[in-house]
Design a protein around this ligand. Structure first.
Ligand code: 13P
Ligand code: SF4
Length: 400
């Protein structure tokens, strides 16, 4: 353990502790991941229309040649999202990406997002080749939650069930009982709470707090945060809402509580997209990475999307809500890694085994939850679902 962390008592990490920790991690610890500044420096220059077309044609051919499929997150550049969809791949939230990667028959997955997404794909399909445009594209939540520190935190509370957000390394997942994404976190924690479990939650403190408020579960929170969502400002959002009184506010739950409190819809990227498309209103304030506006605008071309503010009145940037690690992905790198079969996600077989169980648990739960709702019609109560789950999966979950 690093010297300046050695005295940490492992009760509840303080914000100050975590801020020092994240800075330390981003500056020195993770040599195989880009720091924030390095990530911005690696963002590829914009391409002109001819270059975009040339790369898209080349990638289309390379995907066929390698029996590969492209799987992208909503936060990456529009031309990457469009190509993934046009070539039979997908664009989705992190849970949908994991399911698609696991179920698709391709030999090679080109995962266009950040490293935890590529690692999850490899863990669920170790036999497939998993390529990423840049393996150093990481996430501030992953950087702020080193596996050795998190393990000590968990070891100090052996009575608690460990639930970790998907935005973590494979090593952190290997310490978890459950992995969750923002689209299924509340349902899983609600289920565990109903079973009388006390929880350790990591790493995003805002999402953890939101789930705790929603479920009433006893949760000990790791104090990580997303550098993009953490920047949304409550007071500025209040002012913006006053200027657009008809607008619906869409918020990702990695945002601070004062921003979440003003939301009409809180949820994963897919949930926010669906709300933007399905709701009858015409104006939406969007508090998540602005990459998602591309798909919102495509699916709801006559609606207006306004970026939620990230900075005070004096700042030049009113919304800088772009993830630098997502922005590292580009068409040129996609073509290069397919051509050379480089930037492959490699994980130790034992680690894959350990990290798979809590991810698979989430997938099983999510599937059971979906099936239940399909059978019972949407809106069925959680208590009924829990009863049903207990009969279906007694042996599987009762040990946790
Ligand atoms: P989603 O699972 O909602 O896509 O979120 C992933 C993420 O990294 C949000 O910042
Ligand atoms: Fe991580 Fe935030 Fe980027 Fe999502 S937006 S990948 S949580 S740093």
């Amino acid at each position: 353990m690093k010297e300046h962390l050695a005295s940490y008592p492992y009760e509840k990490p303080s914000l100050d502790y975590m801020q020092t920790h994240i800075e330390f991690a981003t500056e020195a610890q993770q040599s195989n991941a880009c720091t924030l500044h390095e990530a911005w420096a690696k963002v590829p220059a914009a391409l002109n229309a001819t270059e975009i077309q040339q790369y898209q044609e080349e990638i289309r051919e390379l995907l066929k040649q390698h029996n590969a499929v492209m799987v992208a997150h909503y936060y990456v550049e529009p031309e990457l999202q469009d190509l993934a969809l046009a070539t039979g791949g997908m664009v989705g939230d992190s849970l949908e990406m994991a399911k698609f990667c696991k179920n698709h028959p391709a030999d090679t997955l080109l995962v266009v997002g950040v490293r935890f997404m590529g690692e999850t794909a490899k863990i669920l399909s170790p036999q497939k080749t998993v390529l990423m445009p840049d393996l150093e594209a990481t996430c501030s939540l992953d950087l702020g939650c080193p596996a050795d520190e998190f393990k000590q935190f968990c070891d100090a509370h052996p009575d608690r069930t460990v639930v970790v957000y998907a935005n973590t390394s494979a090593e952190v997942k290997a310490h978890a009982d459950w992995v969750v994404t923002s689209s299924i976190a509340i349902e899983i924690v609600e289920y565990l709470h109903s079973q009388g479990k006390k929880i350790i939650w990591g790493p995003d403190r805002h999402l953890g707090q939101y789930i705790q408020n929603k479920t009433g579960a006893d949760m000990l929170l790791w104090q990580g945060s997303c550098i993009v969502h953490n920047e949304f400002k409550g007071i500025e959002l209040t002012h913006l809402k006053q200027q657009h009184p008809e607008a619906i506010v869409l918020v990702h739950p990695e945002s601070p509580a004062e921003v979440v409190a003003q939301a009409d819809v809180v949820g994963s990227t897919s949930k926010l997209l669906n709300a933007a498309v399905q709701r009858p209103e015409h104006e939406f304030i969007v508090a998540t990475d602005q990459g998602i506006v591309h798909e919102m605008q495509k699916q709801a071309p006559h609606k207006t999307f306004i970026a939620a503010p990230t900075a005070g009145n004096g700042a030049t940037c009113k919304s800088c809500a772009f993830c630098p690690w997502m922005a590292m992905n580009g068409l040129a790198a996609c073509a290069e890694v397919l051509r050379n079969q480089s930037q492959q996600v490699q994980l130790d077989a034992a680690l894959i085994e350990e990290a798979r169980a809590p991810i698979q648990r989430m997938l099983d739960f999510s599937e059971a939850y979906k099936n239940y709702h399909q059978q019972q019609q949407l809106g069925a109560g959680l208590a009924q679902f829990q009863q049903w789950l207990a009969t279906q999966h007694e042996a599987k979950y009762s040990a946790l």
